[in-house]
Write a protein that binds this ligand. Structure first.
Ligand SMILES: Cc1cc2nc3c(=O)[nH]c(=O)nc-3n(C[C@H](O)[C@H](O)[C@H](O)COP(=O)(O)O)c2cc1C
Length: 190
């Protein structure tokens, strides 16, 4: 992944979730959720199902890969039950795949999109936790400090325009979270 410009994350829906293989991979890389690093890379998400579960699986994958730093360019969900699938459905699946492949390919020519409100909120809530050396691990705190993300002017992980309203909401959420964290900490120290 370090050498790639983009990564395709693919999984069948198994028991309404990602496959155990992909889940193990995600769990192994959990530390990246605290110390995100793939900001210069794009991701395409792909999932297949017999009938159900695509929405939840793609939502989960988008959340994890987004927190790792990837820009998720598109998510494709395909129903591929071999007993039920018609020729028309196969064609529809192929069209979805071709559309996603070209969006993914074209994205390498484009600059990173500005973050949405959820992305900005994740940045600020992480900063509330990892910016406090008393309650986060030293390795997370040091990473955040070295990246410059604890500076008050930092609005996001990368230098990119951030919607000022999202920034204001994120900043307020960070103050509330920080206060709550400190209250909890004070309780445990009593
Ligand atoms: C262990 C297992 C669990 C599955 N769970 C679901 C499920 O929860 N919902 C569903 O609609 N299909 C489920 N399926 C069907 C698969 O999602 C479908 O066959 C899959 O997309 C095919 O991909 P594959 O051939 O790469 O395994 C399951 C299949 C297996 C083998």
């Amino acid at each position: 992944m370090h050498a790639a410009d983009g990564v395709i994350f693919a999984t069948p829906v198994y028991s309404m979730n990602v496959s155990a293989l992909l889940k193990t991979f995600i769990d192994r890389l959990f530390y990246i959720c605290h110390r995100p690093l793939f900001f210069d890379k794009k991701a395409l998400l792909l999932s297949t199902t017999g009938a159900l579960g695509l929405k939840g699986v793609l939502y989960y994958l988008k959340l994890i890969v987004g927190v790792w730093g990837f820009e998720v360019v598109c998510s494709v969900g395909l129903k591929n039950n071999p007993i039920q699938i018609s020729e028309m459905k196969k064609q529809e699946n192929n069209q979805k795949l071709e559309k996603a492949a070209s969006a993914f390919y074209n994205s390498f020519q484009k600059k990173r999109r500005s973050p949405g409100l959820k992305d900005v909120l994740i940045f600020h809530s992480q900063r509330a936790s990892f910016g406090d050396p008393e309650q986060s691990s030293l390795v997370d705190y040091t990473y955040w400090k070295e990246k410059g993300w604890l500076r008050s002017e930092a609005k996001y992980y990368v230098d990119i325009p951030v919607n000022p309203v999202y920034n204001a909401i994120g900043w307020m959420a960070e103050q509330v979270l920080r206060r709550n964290i400190q209250k909890e900490l004070a309780k445990t120290q009593k």
